[in-house]
Design a protein around this ligand. Structure first.
Ligand code: BGC
Length: 766
């Protein structure tokens, strides 16, 4: 509907009607106003499947939902590094939404993984904002193709479950802009989601639901967001403050207290009615758009959806170790399949994203199908399971079966001993990873650990397949020959894992997060999970590989790492310029060859390093990537185009992205720790406008400002004389940086009064 018609509608509304549109009707619907033909919209979780609840709405995955395709979770899909694949998933989800009359799917989550302990990491893509934002954006495009809106969540700096509603994330602006907001920025600008969901937590002292810096200055003014902002379920603190800050829709509505407080505030003159009108306009624009996009009689082809989910998982599984080329498996071997997850797979995380899948493939069944009559497959459970594991119950919470079960281990050892190869399914039980709380450590359960130890002692050909939503530590890694990170793979987990194990699919995923060696090595291990609600992001720009790079800390598996059943060679790195201005594009090309004997897909990563930054910068940052498909012995040239933003940092004084002049190194890498080719380019950077001068500006600021230097020259000479200082010397440089110009009054041998100083400063700033 066009803007004029919406504005005309708003003019016809009473104050009460307008306020009523600022919250939902119930847990999942917005309100209707029948006399004006305003329809309701229906929302549903998200992100990796449709959680449509027929009745008894809740935001924790407690009550039953209708069956839907359970796709791999975001943490898993991110390892595909395949933006088109993510779009396909968005599209497939859109089909299910249309079939169930859902207008908005609550996802994707673009929060970064600050600590591997965060209980919701399985719902998020990566520790890197470039990768996370490129994937989230395509997911939204996929939904849009089906006329379904997204809710990009949880905006912003929502990186833990501890103190879920109370945490106050204290983050400096540069870190916010370069990391936590950066993961949302491209998505908002490029994909324009129908809605953005504000987070539960506070940011720098103010609840995200009433944070005008976030919801208006950044989202609307800087990024040009056109949709409406929705609260996370129950995130509203003070409703009318939220409305003023830019929160259009409160969910769920509770007793409509929020609406009442808006009416009261307008009547008492505390809230300008124009603020309400604008909120209603933004809301209705999306409501009518989505309403027009309804598709009648959409049918879901369950088999096709399952196939899409399966292929997506094959593209995402990461091969982490393959000693002696133990993988792929040979069908004719006697294979011992060990571990309860093989029969009752761990395939999704708990909480609001919990999906009731149409079907669930078990790895054991799928392995048996592939082996058929060729070989022999035996099975042993090996450890206790959570009561709900693999049964997609309508109540996902149960206590973890963490205890050691010696009998099950002994049986597994006996089974493994008799086989040629043992494949152990282990990882994290459902109760370890869910919305609402964080993990306390990075270990897998004792029962799983002891099982791996015991089996690998009797069976030298042991392979571990992990199902988990976030990194775990692996003190047992040296005792096994093969390791597959299958993450949380959705309903087709069994078939995809079996395909990878037997080489029907060549593994081509790479990690979208770092696996640390110890929890103590992780960037915020000291202040994550404290008993304080104030959460200081002391590590600033240094999360994920940015931290391990800077501290030279060895990792278990680095960001971007993943093996294949074939090998790739990189050559002929070429930059189309060796010098450029900040607004020029740089084109980078490189040849990638498949030098093995089977077809595969390679993820090529481009990192940028500033050679000698004047300010703190990560050693290198991911700025482009691509995934290409290569037949055996084939070679392709891949090309990347880099713009200003790829080289820029966020300057908090200029409130803009700027480039420092200097040399920048382009690294082409197989992973963040495996740089294959590098070449450098000189960039003529941004001309900074000089910041305003004040009494406490440093001498460095004074002398670098041409106009100021001229006006202050005699007094500067006076201070040089007083301190017998040479500005070019190390002592001089330190003086320039550390001394405020007001000290001219006390020390310059050419006298200057306070009034004179202020007058000169004013003239400089004029
Ligand atoms: C979660 C959101 C979810 C909402 C609705 C909240 O608890 O944080 O991600 O979309 O519930 O279920």
């Amino acid at each position: 509907m066009d803007t004029n018609k919406i504005e005309a509608l708003i003019k016809e509304m009473t104050l009460e009607e307008k306020a009523s549109l600022c919250s939902g009707q119930d847990h999942w619907h917005s309100k209707t106003i029948e006399r004006l033909g305003i329809p309701a919209i229906r929302m549903s979780d998200g992100p990796h499947g449709l959680r449509k609840q027929a009745q008894g709405g809740d935001h924790l995955g407690l009550n039953k939902s209708l069956p839907a395709t359970c796709f791999p979770t975001a943490t898993t899909l991110a390892c595909s590094w395949d933006t088109e694949l993510i779009k396909t998933i968005g599209n497939a989800l859109g089909i299910e939404c249309q079939a169930e009359h859902i207008d908005i799917l609550l996802g994707p989550g673009a929060n970064l993984k600050r600590s591997p302990l965060c209980g919701r990491n399985f719902e998020y893509f990566s520790e890197d904002p470039y990768l996370s934002s490129r994937l989230a954006s395509k997911y939204i495009h996929g939904l849009k193709e089906q006329g379904v809106g997204a809710s990009l969540k949880h905006f912003a700096a929502n990186n833990q479950e501890n103190f879920r509603f109370l945490a106050d994330s204290i983050v400096d602006e540069r870190t916010l802009r370069e990391l936590y907001l950066n993961s949302f920025e491209f998505v908002v600008k490029e994909a324009q989601p129908a809605t953005v969901m504000c987070a539960y937590n506070r940011l720098n002292g103010t609840y995200c639901s009433e944070n005008s810096y976030l919801l208006t200055d950044v989202l609307r003014t800087d990024w040009g967001f056109e949709g409406f902002v929705i609260s996370d379920w129950g995130a509203v603190n003070k409703r009318s403050m939220g409305l003023e800050a830019g929160l259009e829709l409160e969910m769920p509505p509770g007793n409509f207290e929020g609406d009442k407080s808006i009416i009261k505030a307008v009547k008492e003159g505390k809230l300008n009615e124009e603020v309400l009108d604008l909120a209603v306009k933004r809301f209705l624009t999306v409501v009518f758009d989505l309403n027009e996009a309804h598709k009648e009689n959409m049918r879901v082809d369950i088999e096709k959806q399952h196939e899409i989910a399966m292929k997506a998982l094959c593209e995402s599984i990461v091969l982490l170790k393959n000693e002696d080329d133990i993988l792929p498996l040979d069908k004719s071997n006697a294979i011992a399949v060990i571990g309860g997850f093989a029969k009752q797979p761990r395939f999704q995380g708990g909480g609001s994203s919990y999906v009731m899948p149409y079907q669930l493939d078990s790895p054991l069944d799928e392995i048996q199908k592939i082996v058929g009559d060729f070989g022999k497959v035996t099975y042993s459970q090996g450890y206790n399971l959570d009561s709900t594991e693999g049964r997609y119950s309508d109540h996902p919470f149960s206590s973890a079966s963490d205890e050691l079960n010696e009998t099950l281990i002994d049986q597994a050892v006996a089974t493994a001993e008799k086989a040629d190869i043992a494949v152990i399914f282990a990882g994290l039980p459902e109760s370890y990873e869910t919305e609402g709380y964080d993990r306390l450590h990075l270990d897998i359960p004792l029962g799983h650990k002891e099982l791996i130890k015991a089996v690998s002692q009797v069976q030298k050909n042991t392979i571990v397949v992990l199902n988990n939503g976030a990194p775990v530590i692996m003190p047992w890694l040296n005792s096994v020959k093969g390791l597959i990170e299958a993450y949380l793979g959705g309903q087709s987990t069994g078939s995809a894992i079996a395909n990878i194990l037997f080489g029907l699919s060549n593994p081509c995923g790479k990690l979208a997060e770092t696996f640390p060696l110890r929890i103590e090595d992780t960037p915020c291990s000291i202040d994550f999970l404290t008993e304080e609600t104030e959460v200081k992001y002391n590590e600033n720009l240094f999360i994920g590989y940015r931290y391990y790079d800077a501290k030279k800390i060895e990792t278990l598996f680095p960001f971007g790492f993943g093996l294949s059943y074939t090998n790739y060679a990189y050559s002929n790195l070429h930059l189309d310029k060796d010098r450029l201005n900040e607004n020029d594009l740089l084109t980078v090309s490189v040849d990638i060859s498949n030098i093995g004997d089977r077809a595969g897909k390679e993820i090529v990563q481009l990192y940028i390093q500033q050679a000698s930054p004047k300010q703190t910068r990560p050693i290198k940052e991911l700025k482009a990537f691509t995934k290409i498909s290569l037949e055996a012995n084939a070679c392709k040239t891949v090309t990347f185009s880099l713009d200003k933003r790829a080289f820029a940092y966020y300057d908090v004084t200029a409130k803009d992205w700027l480039i420092e002049s200097g040399e920048y190194i382009i690294h082409i890498a197989k992973s963040s720790q495996d740089i294959i080719l590098s070449s450098s380019v000189y960039i003529e950077g941004s001309k900074k406008t000089s910041p305003l001068l004040h009494r406490n500006s440093s001498f460095a600021e004074l002398v670098s400002n041409e106009k100021a230097y001229k006006l202050f020259e005699p007094y500067i000479e006076g201070i040089k004389e007083k301190f017998m200082i040479d500005f070019e010397s190390e002592r001089g440089k330190s003086f320039l940086k550390g001394q405020p110009i007001r000290t001219l009054i006390s020390y310059s041998t050419v006298p200057i009064s306070e009034d004179k100083l202020l007058a000169l400063i004013e003239e400089v700033n004029r």
